[in-house]
Design a protein around this ligand. Structure first.
Ligand code: ZN
Length: 290
């Protein structure tokens, strides 16, 4: 028995004994109870579970799959027959779990990633006047998503004047977003990694600061081939195909990233949560064909 007494002040946390069982109401599973002989603290196997005290643990896995397959929060609630608020509360919980699993998963490739592609995908928060940038890094050889970060950016093009008039000046946090992205990928990629990007002006500075030995190749960005799928390019050979294809997959499978959708992001934090859940699903289920 490798369980320890959960009482942090306990002087002999190993002195625990079995103390009967109980039947959990939510899923009718029999759960072992324990008692600490030293401090008399009583607890159960469930005390240590990430799902401790959750009332709808059976929906965790189906919800992860639905949210990574183009389903909206509301429709997921309808299909799983739970309240919309339950789903809203589940998303940050699932994301936290996925972030930990994603990190562990990428550890096994540490230093063995030799070719990566980086790009940014533009989406919006409530309105096009409040754009968000999703920075994404993928492994070119394995297609694994290495990191995704969300940052707010000011409106651009013909919308910029209107945006300032309506919402005031919007802070550009793209630099912070890319900082988080590079902080995540630098420890996992090989020091002499080859990085392919488009001609975005912020990339060279980050690459020379975080990956000084890297080889950076830039490519002119091309026009999209299908209306609404700007990421899939018309040219015969797209050097940034892997990252563009991943962006197209994100748009197809994360409801709030679909262009011209009714579903939009109301809170950039929740978009980050949704991306982390998708990253887990993509790296574990889609790429491994499970
Ligand atoms: Zn104890």
């Amino acid at each position: 028995m490798n369980t320890l007494c959960p009482n942090l002040k306990c002087t002999f946390p190993k002195s625990i004994i079995r103390d009967g069982t109980f039947r959990r109401r939510e899923d009718a599973k029999v759960i072992q109870r324990y008692r600490c002989k030293n401090c008399d603290r009583r607890f159960s196997r469930a005390t240590f579970s990430e799902n401790y005290r959750q009332k709808k643990r059976r929906i965790n896995t189906p919800l992860l799959k639905l949210l990574s397959s183009g389903m909206s929060l509301r429709r997921s609630a309808l299909i799983l027959r739970v309240n919309r608020k339950t789903i809203e509360r589940k998303l940050p919980f699932l994301a936290m779990k996925c972030r930990r699993l994603n990190k562990n998963y990428l550890k096994k490739y540490k230093g063995r990633i030799h070719n990566i592609q980086i790009d940014d995908l533009i989406t919006k928060e409530s309105s096009k006047l409040m754009p968000l940038s999703v920075s994404i890094a993928v492994d070119e050889n394995r297609r694994t998503i290495l990191a995704m970060e969300v940052s707010q950016i000011p409106a651009f093009g013909h919308l910029s004047k209107l945006a300032v008039k309506k919402y005031g000046k919007r802070k550009d946090e793209h630099f912070e977003g890319l900082t988080r992205l590079f902080q995540t990928i630098t420890p996992i990629v090989s020091t002499e990694v080859q990085v392919k990007t488009d001609e975005h002006q912020l990339y060279p500075g980050f690459i020379s600061a975080y990956l000084p030995k890297a080889r950076h190749l830039t490519f002119k960005s091309e026009r999209g081939c299908v209306a609404g799928q700007g990421e899939l390019k018309k040219v015969h050979f797209d050097p940034l195909f892997i990252v563009n294809h991943t962006c197209a997959l994100l748009r197809a499978n994360i409801n709030r990233l679909i262009r011209k959708t009714w579903c939009t992001t109301k809170d950039p934090k929740r978009l980050k949560d949704h991306l982390d859940v998708f990253m887990y699903f993509y790296n574990h289920y889609l790429l491994n064909g499970a």
